[in-house]
Ligand binder design. Sequence first.
Ligand SMILES: [Zn+2]
Length: 337
Amino acid sequence: MEWDVWAHKFNLLGLLTYVQYTGSREPLKACLRMADLLVGTFGDGPAKRDILTSGQHVGMASTSVLEPMVLLYRMTGENRYLDFCGYILRSWERDHGPHIISGLLELKRVDKVGDAKAYEMLSCLNGALEYHRLTGDRRILDACLNAWQDIVDHWLYLTGAASYNEHFHDDFDLPNVSSVGETCVTVTWLQFNAQLLRLTGEARFAAQLERVVLNQLFGAQRPDGAAWGYYVEMEGKKPYSSQLDGHCCLSSGPRGVALIPTFAVTTDADGPVVNLYAAGTADLTLRDGSLVVLTSETRFPADERIHIKVDSAGTSAFTVKFRVPDWCRGASGREGK
Ligand SMILES: [Zn+2]
């Protein structure tokens, strides 16, 4: 079935995330069976099926299973999963494949990759960045940076939405209505920026996260949190729904919100880094193992004042970095007691 592998991707991602946050390895048994079914079914060998033809959008739907396969390899150390990831990257470059890495390196345009379907392509790129994190392959990072620059330059609405009719079209072709701003695209764009922020520490990715979280992601969520918009357009009514039937975005939206704490405040070699400003508490472990707690009081951006308290039991010095939004003129800070 053409969406079977795509569905396995989300089953794997859900269970692996559960394992990561609970420490319970019980769901791993089901993950291994799913992954072994994929490894046994698809591959280069003569008795194996072609994964590209098992999913829509030039194989980008099925091959986006790359991301959880990398995570599963990292969790288990089983080489057959890493080999399968290599098979997916080779598949992308076959004649009938989407040419994700080579296309982005040569043409630097997302509308020339596969059939330009935004959600599936960004999902593949998120897997590619996990693979890069594992292997250090610079070509993959360069291809993803080219995609990021192209989207920012040509395909981004002011709110951080990034497609209409679920595809990338021509440069600056951004109508206000026409199935604009699928929430799945909003969230995979958010994940893509979070991946690049983790890999590089560059503020330009945090700036995009701020834009999309404040303007498009929360705009897609009904204020009571119980329903989500599928397309959230620049004009008209928001079609909130809580019926899962055919509503992919109902599962994507909450994933986007749940990811915010993973990138709002982070750490680097020098100490804590504040990327997003919101009220809350961040418990951080610095590289020397010492614990730091940052407590933020603010109504930003409704109120321009941000008060951040830093508590540390450690004895070694560290630096706290604050991202100054590029739209913010005349930012100033003051150290208190
Ligand atoms: Zn969707």
